[in-house]
Write a protein that binds this ligand. Structure first.
Ligand code: GRF
Length: 195
């Protein structure tokens, strides 16, 4: 079975739980994508360990480096990736990378966009804002990446209830569990049916 090639870009904190979920899905014989490259800003993290344990090549490429855009593009082009999934990368992708892979870059956000997105809306900030707004429901969103934070077409969303005794920590756990189900499903959807 042909499998599209996918690069996963992880963050500097590099927990890599979504990377783990995508790796697990991609090892299923009927899954239409394979993870061929992991790009990390740091050479050591839990995400890097997960990639290595699965035998996936890791490219280290930091957004702080002056040649970041060119270096990143070179790694992606060399690996001939069809899709890019952001999983924990907190920095904006350079415009040249977004342009080169336009419509083929996905991100996962821990809220129901367009609510609770944009600059500064990441990690616990998102869940604290959900509580402050007394939202009865939250969730996660996989969307196409554009040059702006958390904009771009929504591919898939999943939701979970917020109760009065929830904290940012309990919501984070519930949402992360949803993310692990939904990111592989969203990637499957775009590979099989397009964005
Ligand atoms: C997730 O919460 C995701 O929504 C956000 O970054 C986090 C990455 O977590 N974009 P992990 O590294 O995949 O565990």
């Amino acid at each position: 079975m042909h499998k599209d090639r996918v690069a996963i870009l992880v963050g500097s904190k590099g927990r890599g739980s979504n990377l783990g979920a995508l790796i697990a899905a991609s090892t299923e014989s009927d899954y239409p994508a394979q993870i061929t490259l992991v790009v990390s800003p740091v050479s050591e993290s839990a995400a890097v360990d997960r990639a290595k344990a699965a035998g996936i090549p890791v490219a280290v490429c930091s957004p702080k480096s002056p040649g970041y855009a060119e270096e990143l593009l070179a790694f992606l082009d060399k690996d001939a990736v069809d899709w890019i999934c952001l999983a924990g990368l907190m920095t904006k992708l350079p415009e040249s990378v977004v342009d080169a892979y336009s419509g083929r870059i996905l991100n996962i956000h821990p809220a129901l966009l367009p609510k609770f997105g944009g600059k500064g809306m990441y990690g616990h900030h998102v869940h604290e804002a959900v509580i402050a707004a007394k939202e009865p429901v939250t969730g996660c969103t996989v969307h196409v990446v554009t040059a702006e934070y958390d904009e771009g077409q929504i591919v898939l969303q999943a939701s979970c209830p917020v109760s009065s005794d929830d904290t940012a920590e309990t919501i984070a756990l519930k949402v992360l569990e949803l993310e692990h189900q939904m990111y592989p499903a969203a990637l499957r959807k775009v590979v099989e049916r397009g964005v």
